[in-house]
Design a protein around this ligand. Structure first.
Ligand code: ADP
Ligand code: NI
Length: 218
């Protein structure tokens, strides 16, 4: 029964997120699923839970629903109940979906299960590196954010509410979230890959500022 549930869920998510333009499209889910499964094998996590949570983790993101944090887990629960999935599995998957998101620089995000830890690492890895840079600017453009504005300084958000309300330029997002992720990874393999992607993003930001400052010779 499990392969059929995965297949149906994949179709459902694909239909819903295909063509989305802010970096939360089907291919984000596809990458997170593959990375999460790779990490899950190393960590000996339950593959069914990991795959379901990875597939459904952005099914209804608070970022696109007026900050509503319950809509993601509720949408996933509804879908899984219709498929007749066991209540205990639904609970485990929905807890992961509720806890997976970054909530601000100074907001603690707990993730209790190893299945949740690998899904969170996979989602965070997709926010880093070349793909992470592309996604940040796609999202920023969608939200009418400036690329950068030297008059607006990055903030260190102490609550999820203030993080959600932030309207700063996309370059600030690197300081408010992306550069913090490498020290918050849950697994050893995730941390190693995060460090590589972090380094690449730092080079990008250094280059960005050197171009901004007109620091070049013609
Ligand atoms: P999370 O739930 O942790 O936010 P997601 O997979 O939903 O993770 O997507 C996060 C990605 O969305 C970020 O890595 C970034 O690319 C983009 N994003 C979110 N907030 C911002 C922002 N304020 N500025 C630019 N990009 C953002
Ligand atoms: Ni995601």
């Amino acid at each position: 029964m499990n392969p059929e549930i995965i297949e149906k869920t994949e179709e459902y998510v694909k239909k819903k997120l295909q063509g989305e333009g802010t970096g939360h499209d089907w291919w984000h889910i596809h990458r997170v699923r593959n990375t999460a499964l790779q990490l899950a094998k190393i960590e000996d996590a339950d593959l069914f839970i990991v795959e379901l949570a990875a597939l459904l983790h952005d099914i209804a993101d608070h970022k696109f629903h007026d900050g509503d944090e319950e809509i993601g887990p509720a949408t996933a629960r509804n879908w899984l109940e219709n498929l007749g999935v066991d209540e205990s599995i639904i609970n485990r998957v929905c807890t992961i979906i509720r806890d997976v998101s970054f909530k601000g620089a100074e907001v603690e995000t707990k993730m209790d299960s190893i299945e949740g830890k690998v899904v969170q690492d996979a989602d965070r890895l997709d926010a880093l590196g070349a793909i992470g840079i592309a996604r940040a600017f796609a999202y920023g453009g969608h939200k009418d954010r400036e690329l950068y504005n030297p008059e607006i300084k990055p903030e260190s958000h102490t609550t999820f509410e203030s993080y959600k309300k932030s309207t700063g330029p996309t370059l600030n997002h690197f300081y408010e979230k992306l550069f913090l992720l490498k020290d918050r990874m849950n697994t050893q393999a995730g941390r190693k890959e995060a460090e590589k992607r972090h380094q690449f993003m730092k080079e990008f930001v250094d280059q960005f500022f050197s171009e901004w400052g007109g620091d070049f010779e013609l």
